[in-house]
Design a protein around this ligand. Structure first.
Ligand SMILES: [Zn+2]
Length: 424
């Protein structure tokens, strides 16, 4: 039954968004992140929400609706690989307890729109406190009920009890509803059981927490949470369902444990050491380092909205993470673009680009992190990440040249997702 509904909903997307009319975009400059090149005066032909042809010498088909971006730089839709669109945006996690599950996900609707209008046409939403709310939001966007980015979602946090992804900070006799501790697991077999449940629920990725966290009460980012046995069980079980694992990890040992277990990406990677960098390179593990959000944590600290214990956890970690980002870039580790959106306000994700350039990337590398690399990490290079025939017609455009001034990506002026224009 569920499978039938999924197929029906997939078909429904087509009927809502399909265009009978062909669209042709005139792109003055087109960034091709696959080749790391800029192409001048390109025509992009779009039909049924997908790119049909791209090139300099092709003519706009007769009768096509022409969108003139000939004075702009055109890029593939941006991808943020670490967001919390479905719930987040509150510095104090316990505030989740003041909302029903429905209130939480409905409150996410304006945030989803902000993400899309900022140019992020795809996100990997890596964890919700209220389990499965992210699946509901993903499907509502796909059906056209809600405007937002295409979402790949985790369903819940796989975490030890009382760990980085748990709802903590209450008195020990407070009983949580099922959905606030759905992903808790305390042995390799419990980890497998939770992943089996999430796979059945229809998630796109598994998110687990290898070490403690900064933004969790009673947690220590320097402590190890899951054991190597539990991490290996997670990667193995996820693979059985065709799913990749994203591992939150701050502590150096927890990062290395997760890389050795075979996760697809390390989230944060704050205290990664030289051995961890070498291991990431050897295993082809992506580092998804949220090097901008320190600005927001510190800003919240100044205005009194950040819980005090979080500021203690965070002390000095922000700058260490940025220096380690520089080392990883220099070593040639695969890097993706992930901001932890929700820690910072939604829609300002692109501010991280300037920090990525400040800490060692070329502007093209920073763009690749949020396009071709991100698509590769998601396992969906066939449909997103560049402007190529057959992929979803996800397009953003900016005035100016992001290869000269990466900051122009903070002011995206045109957004198309799957052939539909959301900002012009
Ligand atoms: Zn996060």
């Amino acid at each position: 039954m569920k499978r039938t509904l999924a197929i029906l909903s997939a078909l429904c997307v087509c009927c809502i968004f399909s265009f009978t009319q062909t669209v042709a975009i005139k792109a003055g400059r087109l960034i091709d992140p696959d080749a790391g090149k800029v192409l001048n005066d390109q025509i992009i032909v779009i039909q049924d929400g997908k790119f049909q042809a791209v090139g300099h010498d092709i003519a706009a088909p007769a009768g096509a609706k022409v969108i003139d971006l000939s004075k702009m730089t055109v890029l593939p839709g941006l991808i943020d690989c670490h967001t919390h669109v479905a719930d987040g945006g509150d510095a104090e996690p316990i505030n989740v307890l003041q909302k029903s599950a429905s209130e939480s996900v409905l409150a996410a609707i304006p945030n989803a729109r902000k993400m899309l209008e900022a140019g992020f046409t795809t996100v990997r939403d890596v964890g919700v406190y209220r389990a499965l709310n992210d699946i509901a939001l993903r499907d509502a966007i796909a059906k056209g009920y809600v405007v937002g980015p295409r979402m790949y979602v985790a369903g819940a946090y796989i975490t030890i009890t009382g760990g980085a992804g748990a709802m903590t900070g209450m008195a020990p006799d407070i009983q949580l509803p099922w959905d606030l501790h759905y992903g808790e697991a305390n042995s390799p077999w419990e980890v497998r059981q939770k992943i089996r449940l999430l796979a059945h629920d229809g998630v796109d990725v598994i998110k687990l927490l290898s070490t403690g966290a900064v933004l969790t009460h009673g947690s220590n980012p320097k402590s190890i949470e899951f054991t190597p046995e539990e991490l290996s069980a997670a990667v193995d079980e996820a693979r059985n369902f065709g799913l990749k694992v994203a591992a939150h990890a701050h502590a150096a040992e927890g990062i290395k444990n997760a890389i050795r277990a075979g996760v697809a990406s390390i989230e944060h990677a704050t205290l990664i050491d030289d051995e961890g960098i070498a291991l990431a390179k050897q295993h082809g593990t992506y580092l998804d380092m949220d090097i901008y959000d320190e600005e927001c944590i510190q800003e919240n600290g100044r205005n009194g909205t950040e819980p005090k214990d979080f500021l203690v956890h965070d002390a000095e970690l922000g700058q260490i993470q940025r220096e380690n980002f520089r080392k990883a870039v220099r070593a040639g580790v695969k890097m993706s673009f992930g901001t932890d959106a929700g820690v910072c306000p939604y829609g300002i994700d692109a501010r991280q680009f300037a920090f990525m350039v400040k800490y060692g990337m070329t502007p093209m590398q920073a763009i690749q992190a949020a396009t071709s690399n991100a698509a590769d990490l998601l396992g969906h290079s066939d449909v997103v990440g560049s402007i190529k025939p057959g992929k979803y017609a996800d397009v953003v455009a900016v005035s100016g040249d992001p290869l000269q001034d990466i900051g122009v990506l903070e002011h995206v002026q045109f957004v198309m997702k799957e052939g539909t224009v959301y900002k012009q």
